[in-house]
Write a protein that binds this ligand. Sequence first.
Ligand code: ADP
Ligand code: MG
Length: 506
Amino acid sequence: MPKYKPVIGLEIHVELNTKTKMFCDSANDANETNPNTNVCPVCMAHPGTLPVINIEAVHKVIKTGLALETKINEFSWFERKNYFYPDIPKGYQISQFEKPFCEDGVLKLSSGKEIKIKRIHLEEDTGKLIHETQNIKHKTQDQDVSGSMFHASSYVDFNRAGVPLMELVTEPNIETGVEAKEFGEEFQLLLRYLNVSEADMEKGQLRIEANISIMTEESSKFGTKVEIKNLNSFRACERAIDYEIKRQAEVLDSGEKVAQETRGWNENEGLSFVQREKEESHDYRYFPEPDLPPVRLDKAQIEFIKQEIPELPASRRVRFTKEYSITEKDAEVFTVKKELGDFFEKVVTELETWLKDQYITDEVNHKEIIKLAANYLITEIQKLLAESKTKVSSLLITPEDFAELITYIHEGMTSSSIAQEIIRIMFDTGQDPHQIIEDRMLHQISDRGELKKAAQDVIMANPKPVEDYKKGKVESIKFLVGQLMKATKGKANPQMGEEILRELLK
Ligand code: ADP
Ligand code: MG
């Protein structure tokens, strides 16, 4: 059997988070649940109305293009894409065809692979069709007999009609389902950093279509491609692509040809199914939109937009590992969870001030304390946030207080189990750690006399391990230290506890 090479290209639609729609001043609000409220004569295509270009949307597309290193077309225009479907009131969609705003870019995956971007253009979204089927009771006129009949209704909600929609098209240089998933996730993160879209797939703010074909390894010509729609998550995208590669290989192995078509993905059953034959671009009869002027952008405008681009995920990863000497894995968490990473940076600033005040200048201590802060944020704080379903932005803990607690842990003033308890109280109440320790007597017991008394009790209560230890089984001390921690409810200073136990058992 011949070996095949998969060829994959993605088309990704993104709803931009502008205040108003693409060509009118109706609100662009993805959370509006009341149907047909964000509408006006323009987006409802009443005769005599004219569209006006939303500059904010154009800026957001250019910003995305610049972040993806695309060429920006300083002269471009909108075109009419004709098709007739009830979710589009005008009978055509205003889109771009010949001259998109952005062409030829690149997005680097964490593996180092560069995925090429063919184009990014701007268009308008369609309304939503809602199909409902129900059994309804009906009464005949002269009989009081209720019968049941099957009734189907279709509705259109135009709230989404005319919302700015950015479409990114990649070159077909993606080779696996995993790569497609990684591209989608990295692009989503970038959109959020750029603040051009919330890019929530569940809300349909980011939608992926995958084009897949396979070719034999020696071939120089691409195979026939199939387009897969309704991929509701990045995971679904990965699975659908892997499934499709296998399906096409089986078709070719059996001596048949792959049909050019659009397929849907059934996530529950894990398989794709034929939806329709793929239309060609000439089916849409594109032509320049006569109701809108072409768009001219000058270099100064593009430069201005460039200045608005913040630090992007790729540079942040590198900076975090270098600047804070944390692992790549931790840097990844602080990049994907941006707010948590921002909080971490504020904590580090506090800690650096503290280190200076303490005349601690050596690098080992410096690195250790920062690592401690990173660990506690990634484990404890993330756990508490997840449990309570809260966002970092509504944390009651301030970076100052968090840094203070980290210094206590670093100094050995509190054990890790007490630290956990303190963090929980800080998380719930916003109290400062010093106060919590005072109020609840959560001090670690570093009082020799007190510890000695507790250690003596532990020795009395555990004759067997004590005997083992005395006979030379040194690891028994660990058990005894554990018992001491238990007896003091985690408050014993473990090093001091072990020292005292060893002394008593001499
Ligand atoms: P169409 O005009 O059919 O929509 P495009 O050239 O616009 O095709 O490409 C649509 C998407 O399909 C792009 O992401 C592109 O990279 C991808 N693509 C093009 N040819 C192939 C192929 N043979 N196999 C897989 N993907 C392809
Ligand atoms: Mg296309």
